[in-house]
Design a protein around this ligand. Structure first.
Ligand SMILES: [Zn+2]
Ligand SMILES: [Zn+2]
Length: 233
C-alpha cells in the first residue's frame, strides 16, 4: 500500500524552527493533513522523540524516531531508527561530541523542550545549530551500530549538503536512500542510483507537507520504513 509521509519536520527544539512547532501542534497538523508516517528530525537532538511517539499513537500515524545531525564537515544527515530506545542510545553516544557553546536565543532562536501538554519543561543550553564533532564516516558507523538508516539530507541543496560540501557521495558510506531538495536541480544519474525521499523540512506548521509523497510498503511498521530507507527490500 502507499502511505503519505513527511520524514523531515523540525520542532521547537530546533533554534531555527518556529516556537509554534510544539509536539501537539505538529502531530495535530500531520493528522489533519492526512499523513500516515512522520518523523520529527531536530538538529542534533532527540529530546522530543518520546513525547511525539506517545502523541502519534493516539492518531494512528506511524512515528519514526529521527534526528538531523550536522557533522564536522557541516553536512546534514537524517538519521532514523526503529525505536525511541535506539535513538536515545544513539543520542547518548553523540552527547560528548556535541558543542558545549551556549545558545544565543536572540540570535539563533529558542530551543524549547515540551511535555505532552506542550508545557515548556526545558531550554536546551548548548547551541544545536553547531556541528557535532563527528566525521561523516564515523556517523555512518554509529547509525549502523543502532540498526538505523543514514539518509543524506537535501543532498542537492547549496548549503549543508553532501554534494555541495563534499562534492560527491562516497561509495564507502554505502548510502541506500537520499533526500532530494525540490527547488534545486539534481543529476539524473543520482536519481537512478539511489532511493529518493522528498520531505518538507518544515520549520513552520503550515509548511508540513500535504499528502503528496508516498512510500509503497507492505506493512505500516517502523521496521519496514527503516528497511526501505537503508535501501533494502
Ligand atoms: Zn538541513
Ligand atoms: Zn532540516
Amino acid at each position: 500500500m502507499n502511505y503519505a509521509y513527511d520524514l523531515h519536520i523540525h520542532s521547537c527544539i530546533s533554534p531555527c524552527a518556529s516556537d509554534d512547532m510544539t509536539p501537539n501542534n505538529i502531530v495535530n497538523m500531520a493528522f489533519i493533513k492526512g499523513l500516515k508516517i512522520i518523523s520529527v528530525t531536530d538538529h542534533n537532538s532527540a529530546k522530543h522523540c518520546r513525547v511525539i511517539e506517545r502523541l502519534t499513537k493516539q492518531t494512528g500515524i506511524l512515528y519514526i524516531p529521527g534526528m538531523e545531525v550536522q557533522t564536522r564537515e557541516e553536512v546534514h544527515v537524517l538519521c532514523y531508527f526503529k525505536t525511541v530506545e535506539a535513538i536515545e542510545a544513539f543520542d547518548q553516544r553523540l552527547e560528548v561530541l556535541k558543542s558545549k557553546v551556549k545558545n544565543k536565543p536572540k540570535v539563533f532562536g529558542n530551543q524549547f523542550v515540551c511535555d505532552e501538554n506542550d508545557e515548556i519543561i526545558e531550554h536546551v543550553e548548548e547551541a544545536l545549530i553547531l556541528s557535532v564533532d563527528i566525521g561523516i564516516d564515523d556517523l555512518k558507523r554509529l547509525v549502523d551500530d543502532f540498526e538505523g538508516a543514514f539518509v543524506p539530507a537535501h543532498i542537492n541543496k547549496n548549503a549543508n549538503s553532501l554534494l555541495v560540501n563534499l562534492g560527491f557521495i562516497p561509495e564507502s558510506l554505502n548510502v541506500g536512500c537520499i533526500e532530494r531538495f525540490e527547488r534545486s536541480p539534481i543529476d539524473k544519474d543520482i536519481l537512478a542510483k539511489y532511493r529518493v525521499i522528498l520531505n518538507s523540512d518544515a520549520h513552520y506548521l503550515e509548511s508540513i507537507n500535504e499528502p503528496i509523497n508516498h512510500l509503497a510498503l507492505e506493512r505500516l511498521t517502523a521496521d519496514t520504513v527503516i528497511h526501505f530507507l537503508i535501501g533494502k527490500g
